[in-house]
Design a protein around this ligand. Structure first.
Ligand code: BES
Ligand code: ZN
Ligand code: ZN
Length: 477
């Protein structure tokens, strides 16, 4: 999507945002039209479209919800609805004029519109026919600031990039290809990328990544991204970590196909999220020193595959009895979390499609999180979750869950019991941390089976707005 700030409304489609009916007087609509709009509003409908022959005029009346964040989400959803209408009418552009007192209404509505306009048509023959007509959103000068317009562009772009990475299948997006895509994003946005290839991963003795990679015919990668502005609010870096399992068959503990293995190209959603976030952080030039780590491989049951019962040695020396090769995410993340210690980080934040248990617990409506960060940090995250409607549910890291991953033969085992699966996975990760840390299990939200509002089918990019909101407010409180 392209965004522009215009001096005057042109001849194309127009969308007015109001929060009071009186503002209709400022729209330039005729008395008859205004009466029509008011009549429609009185029927509990909040958006109206008027076909003026030469162009369309849309009017949307914001209705306050119980909380500000619920109102915001309603505006986002209306943006998605308008996106559908504009594409149905084959319109290429729209000009938004915000007449309401909600200062960010145009931003939010355009955000919903842009996120809903996302498509992944790379592999389709009917691309031309299918491609959405909408390509440009104009704002009148009073409707958005130059800075916000720029941020909207970058944030929606980052989300779309993350979605595309998730949507790319394994036969394109191997671990090596993922590392290449990350390098390209670094060049584009202006952050440094170092890729460790298999030989270096072997030399480092990253035993978790190597164990998971053993059944694969393709080598693993470990990407290190760094954005360091001249002046930053944080003295020590913030480190992001993203699970980069480019495909999860489960390994020898093979997954069933329907509604399980069939969506496992999305098991690198954490990686997509943190690299997309780095892209946005660098493009927005946030005053933060941020590093991101992506351990990547597919998890396959090849001839050399690790087997249940194997005892492996992780990067930090911890031995792990592998009792289920499908609990592979924690093994690659454990190595990355150990790597993060070298930076003496202020905060480490990981994103991972880690457990079916998290998905079962909250479904597609929120993220399961846990961690050792202080209360102020957790509060800030929770607030960002509400602000962006990517809500968080915190789970406890009680000692008893740690007992559940103790092994008779090794320091740890890679599965807990039949219950508390999201937490035992979190406890496993905690073992590799010695710094303030937050873990976000995005298993339930990262991939959608059907389009809903501004969330498309396939990769969703869910969590990105929450994370960026948190970072944009970081150090300001
Ligand atoms: N990638 C899966 C988790 C997952 C499930 C992501 C559903 C997205 C949707 C992960 O590697 C996995 O298989 N976890 C196992 C762990 C279990 C064997 C302890 C799970 O949750 O079933
Ligand atoms: Zn798995
Ligand atoms: Zn997995």
């Amino acid at each position: 999507m392209e965004f522009k700030i215009v001096q005057k409304t042109g001849k194309g489609a127009l969308l007015f945002i109001l929060d009071k009916e009186e503002q209709l007087a400022q729209t330039g609509l005729s008395d008859v039209q205004i009466k029509f709009v008011k009549d429609t509003f009185s029927k509990e409908q909040t958006s109206v479209s008027i076909n003026q022959y030469s162009h369309y005029v849309f009017v949307y009346l914001i209705k306050e919800k119980k909380t500000a964040w619920q109102t915001t989400e309603a505006i986002r959803k209306v943006g998605a609805d308008f996106c559908g209408v504009l594409n149905k009418h084959k319109l290429a552009e729209i000009t938004i004029q915000n007449l309401s007192a909600t200062t960010n209404a145009a931003f939010i509505l355009a955000e919903g519109m842009t996120l809903a306009n996302y498509q992944f048509l790379k592999y389709r023959a009917d691309v031309k026919k299918k491609t959405n007509s909408l390509t440009l959103i104009n704002f009148t000068k009073q409707s958005i600031t130059v800075k916000d317009c720029n941020q909207l562009n970058i944030i929606t772009d980052a989300i779309c990039k993350a979605r595309t990475l998730v949507n790319e299948p394994l036969n394109y997006l191997s671990a090596v290809q993922l590392a290449k895509e990350i390098s390209l994003m670094g060049k584009d946005a202006g952050f440094k990328v170092t890729t460790l290839h298999k030989a270096q991963i072997v030399k480092e003795k990253m035993g978790g990544i190597l164990a998971v990679n053993r059944g694969s015919i393709q080598p693993p990668t470990f990407s290190v991204m760094e954005y360091k502005p001249a002046k930053s609010l944080n003295k020590k870096p913030i480190v992001l970590v993203g699970k980069g399992i480019v495909y999860d068959t489960g390994g020898l503990s093979l997954k069933p196909t329907p509604a399980s293995m069939d969506r496992m190209k999305s098991d690198m959603s954490g990686a997509a999220l943190v690299s997309g976030a780095m892209y946005a952080i660098a493009k927005m030039k946030l005053p933060l020193h941020v590093i991101a780590l992506v351990p990547a491989t597919d998890n396959r049951p090849g001839e050399e595959a690790y087997v249940p019962g194997d005892i492996i040695t992780m990067y930090n020396g911890t031995t792990v009895e592998v009792l289920n090769t499908d609990a592979e995410g924690r093994l690659v993340l454990g190595d990355a979390l150990h790597w993060a210690k070298r930076y003496k980080p202020e905060l480490v934040i990981d994103f991972a499609t880690l457990t079916g248990a998290a998905s079962v617990a909250v479904g597609e409506h929120g993220i399961v999180c846990m961690g050792t960060a202080d209360d102020a940090t957790k509060k800030a995250f929770a607030q960002s979750g509400f602000n962006q409607y990517e809500r968080l549910v915190e789970y406890p890291l009680w000692d008893e869950y740690g007992e559940m991953i103790k092994s008779d033969f090794a320091d740890l085992k890679n599965i807990g019991g039949p219950s508390g699966g999201a937490i035992t996975a979190g406890k496993f990760l905690e073992h590799f941390t010695d710094y303030p840390w937050m873990h976000f299990d995005i298993a339930g939200v990262s991939f959608a089976t059907s389009k809903k509002g501004y969330i498309p089918s396939g990769g969703t990019g869910y969590g990105m707005r929450m994370l960026l909101d948190f970072l944009m407010n970081y150090g300001k409180a």
